[in-house]
Design a binder for this molecule. Structure first.
Ligand code: HEC
Length: 105
């Protein structure tokens, strides 16, 4: 009896875990919607013909780029565009996007 209870509890926890994981995946997809217009649905485009293809970036490179745009210390000729985008992102958004974008390729 005891073991059945524990195993059903474990199943319950696994289910909750899966639900949390999928809701955070949805939040990330939502966050990335704003970016997809320029970077492509799978982050596979050279945004406005200029950016690097960011689905090839590592999470660390994405964090460096986004924090750098925010601080005005990163970027090329069109960094003003990304500065506007990045300034609206929290550190937590940047963290989530940096994990999500490399999964898109
Ligand atoms: C209006 C178009 C546009 C939107 C929307 C946009 N970007 Fe960009 N992004 C660009 C351009 C253009 C560049 C290249 C800028 C430069 O010259 O440094 C760039 C560069 C980047 C880079 C660095 C790539 C490199 O070339 O070093 C990252 C990372 C990035 N964007 C992520 C994002 C994320 C995440 C979002 C959504 C929150 C986003 N972008 C939204 C146009 C856009």
């Amino acid at each position: 009896m005891k073991t059945t209870n524990i195993s059903s509890m474990v199943k319950g926890l696994v289910l909750v875990g899966a639900m949390l994981a999928s809701s955070s995946a949805m939040a990330n997809a939502d966050l990335f919607k704003k970016c997809a217009g320029c970077h492509g649905q799978h982050a596979q485009k050279h945004a406005m013909g200029k950016s690097k293809v960011i689905n090839t970036f590592t999470s660390a490179e994405i964090v460096t780029a986004l924090k750098g745009y925010k601080a005005g210390t990163y970027g090329g000729a069109m960094k003003g565009i990304m500065q506007g985008q990045a300034s609206r992102l929290s550190d937590k958004d940047i963290e989530s996007l940096s994990k999500y974008i490399p999964t898109l390729k």
